[in-house]
Write a protein that binds this ligand. Structure first.
Ligand code: SF4
Length: 295
């Protein structure tokens, strides 16, 4: 695997980066081979060349240990905002597992986004980490429909398997839920898809389900997405162009209706769906641990 030189691994999250209340964020890998056609990490802004080829950072774990040891205040470290931390190479390289061992050693917390069942390998560490700090796992799902997921996210395990991963995490008492982002206009923004995803989340004992009713199409992401969506649904890229023009934010045209449906369904199953409430809930597990700030 190609290695990139770096001097830092962990970055303090500023107000806008406090995804699920994280205090720090890091990406141990660069690039991702899961092939999601909507992936925002392809954007020009992140300067990741050959995005589909996974690279790692030279001496990543050594640098991370120095950084963790030097921090005065413990906090939650977010993994995988730009690259899935459980990519296909992690099975052999165990860099994410190594980082979790360090997080455990220095008593930090973790917030992980993934679409992979490899996270189940690390249940032992997640359980140990949550004895001293907070843990939140977000399993990313865009549709309940396995056939549709296969074309939107070609190299990822099926949605059904992802719900099964959630179930297993919850059976092992790990705080976990579903991240239903993005919602693709004209493709996954149907009432049926929203209702089924919420139902599956509840059925598999999710603590929460979080969504935004749209997707971001920034430079480079837009070209990639349009090319692939047009292969799946000929003419759809043109419809996007007519509706959204040069907009980056492409919200569902049924935004209000599906958001209302989503909230009603979440209430029906007693699932948390508001970011502030989710953060309060998972952080209350370790009430005495001083965090940098709540939001
Ligand atoms: S798994 Fe995440 S980082 Fe990887 S391609 Fe899909 S959206 Fe992008």
């Amino acid at each position: 695997m190609e290695c990139i030189k770096t001097r830092t691994i962990m970055t303090k999250s500023n107000r806008g980066q406090r995804w699920f209340g994280s205090d720090y964020h890091m990406n141990l890998y660069r690039g991702c081979s899961y092939g999601c056609i909507y992936c925002d990490s392809r954007a020009d802004a992140y300067h990741i060349n050959n995005f589909d080829v996974i690279k790692t950072k030279e001496n990543a774990l050594q640098i991370l240990e120095e950084e963790l040891a030097s921090k005065q205040q413990k906090g939650v470290v977010s993994f995988g905002t730009l690259s899935d931390p459980y990519n296909e190479l992690e099975k052999d390289y165990k860099i994410t597992r190594g980082a979790l061992e360090l997080i455990k050693k220095y008593e930090f917390g973790v917030s992980i986004d993934t679409k992979s069942d490899l996270i189940l390998r690390d249940i032992d560490l997640l359980q140990d980490i949550q004895k001293n700090n907070n843990v939140i796992i977000k399993i990313s799902v865009t549709t309940y429909d396995d056939a549709l997921a296969k074309v939107l996210e070609p190299n990822v395990i099926s949605s059904s398997k992802r719900f099964a991963v959630l179930k297993k995490l919850r059976e092992n008492n790990i705080y976990a839920g579903i991240l239903m982002t993005p919602v693709l206009p004209f493709v996954t923004d149907s009432e049926k898809n929203i209702k089924e995803c919420v139902k599956m989340a509840a059925k598999n004992n999710a603590k929460f389900i979080y969504t935004k009713m749209g997707l971001n199409l920034r430079k480079k992401v837009k070209e990639y997405y349009y090319k692939h969506i047009d292969e799946l649904y000929p003419g759809l890229a043109k419809d996007y162009q007519v509706v959204y023009g040069n907009n980056v934010t492409c919200n569902s045209l049924q935004y209000n209706h599906i958001l209302e449906t989503f909230i009603l369904e979440c209430n029906k199953y007693h699932l948390l769906c508001d970011m502030e409430e989710i953060v309060k809930d998972y952080k209350k597990t370790i009430p005495n641990r001083e965090q940098i700030s709540l939001f």
